[in-house]
Design a protein around this ligand. Sequence first.
Ligand code: PBG
Length: 327
Amino acid sequence: MSSYQITQRPRRNRKSAAIRDMVRETTLGVEHLIYPMFLLDGQAKNVPIQSMPGIHRMSQDYILHEIEACMNLGLRSFVLFPAVEDHLKDCMASYGLREDNFYVQTAVAIKKRFPESVLMSDVAMDPYSSDGHDGWVENGEIVNDKTLEILSQMAVVQAAAGFDIIGPSDMMDGRVGAIREALDAGGYSQASIMAYCAKYASAYYGPFRDALDSAPKFGDKKTYQMDPANANEAIREAELDEAEGADFLMVKPALCYLDVILRLQQTSTLPITAYNVSGEYAMLKAAAAQGWIQYDRAMPEMLLSIRRAGASAILTYFAKEYAQSIR
Ligand code: PBG
């Protein structure tokens, strides 16, 4: 059988492992991953989250152990979320502004023990709010500018505790500028801001809201989080956050929004990050538990796709398992 005259044969670049390694366009290392962790007040608490197999809510002692294990794997970046008891929640999220709250105190302890780690905070009212919303609520409405004052104070308290990156996840207008101004006025010009820039009103946050018990008590988040139908609007948000002083722009969730990651990466000179959220984690874990998908291949493929779309770093609950898998 004579062969065809085919000048371009792309398969030549796939013919051996060495050549495939040579032409690979995208890499995925531990340095690209940020590991989200859920904090509890108190001691000796390590409570599994049912809808997120393998992820726990942990008190400070457990968190310090967990971070040490991650650091030994080369995983150095963490984003912390507090699971706050109901009796500490109020309409002003006042617990989130206290310098003695367990969230910022745990950050102090982590930075003391692991100064070379990178700690990112969460700035939003919902973990501390009796309304379960990211902003200040008045007559059933989320009031933008009143929220900015609270978020700015929260950011300053977090920067004072040693957080390296402040992470506003609230989607209020003008919050990056307000937080930047407050940080600079407080003497924290070195604190970075990673803006949740294109954060969509997504169904994929369900397991996270279980973890923090932070679901909205009324309504939904559609007046501040973005409509999943929109992409141009993400560019508008990106331009604003960049002008207001953001150091990183985040797209969230990641998998349904790979096009948005690509568009922001092409239109902004800032590093783009992506949040591979709780529902994305839960879906893969559930399919794997059923034996319906080959987890050890599907997980890195998922993370790689987010990098290929243009994300510099990925916030992902798979971070530790991925770090272990490439040891
Ligand atoms: C709220 C916040 C949410 C997440 C991070 N910060 C949930 C929400 O907006 O209701 C979700 C993260 C995840 O699902 O993994 N400020």
